[in-house]
Design a protein around this ligand. Structure first.
Ligand SMILES: CC(C)(COP(=O)(O)OP(=O)(O)OC[C@H]1O[C@@H](n2cnc3c(N)ncnc32)[C@H](O)[C@@H]1OP(=O)(O)O)[C@@H](O)C(=O)NCCC(=O)NCCS
Length: 152
């Protein structure tokens, strides 16, 4: 059974493993640790027993916006609904912090993530050129948290 909880220092090594297998420019272990201080209860993990199967990091900005800093699930655990469960929980926590919308960047070429976010009700707002490096653009995606728009 997958259980969502606040991330702790004891989860960091597994979070880092997921980060490395998920991104070509992974966050360092040091940065992942710093977010434990910066994100508070907006840093969450999905665990099966002691195994971290996915994580998300969020922050709130300007008191009205939740920013999804990072989200990933273990490669072997994808397509089982874990990412959706994590993101929905993060959105609930954004709302509880007073955010009215959720905001994220996703690489325009990351087709899987685009489908994932669309499935969860995110819409492309605009493109930020070279956000991830030369010729690696980002879509800025938004989702209102005050209008119910889940698809299931
Ligand atoms: C994006 C990511 C977090 C999704 O996690 P997940 O646990 O696989 O997501 P879910 O199983 O909850 O998928 C939910 C929906 O998203 C869509 N989706 C997710 N992965 C998909 C894929 N590879 N191909 C097509 N659609 C996909 C589907 O609509 C899916 O619903 P369905 O299973 O009913 O068809 C995961 O693929 C991942 O870690 N990717 C690498 C890191 C990354 O790109 N993070 C986002 C950076 S901006």
């Amino acid at each position: 059974m997958v259980v969502i909880s606040d991330a702790t220092e004891g989860d960091l090594q597994q979070i880092y493993e997921i980060e490395v297998e998920s991104f070509d420019q992974p966050y360092s272990l040091r940065l992942l640790k710093a977010y434990l201080i910066l994100s508070g209860n907006l840093y969450i993990v999905a665990k099966e027993g002691d195994v971290v199967q996915g994580y998300a990091i969020g922050i709130t900005q300007n008191k009205i916006r939740g920013h999804v800093i990072s989200i990933a699930t273990r490669a072997k655990a994808r397509g089982k609904g874990i990412g959706s469960t994590i993101l929905r929980e993060l959105e609930r926590r954004f709302l509880a912090c007073g955010a009215t919308y959720s905001y994220l960047e996703v690489e325009t070429k990351n087709a899987n993530a685009l489908l994932f976010y669309s499935h969860l009700g995110y819409l492309i707002s605009y493109t930020r050129k070279n956000y991830y490096g030369r010729n690696r653009h980002a879509f800025i995606m938004l989702k209102s948290l005050t209008v119910a728009c889940y698809t299931d």
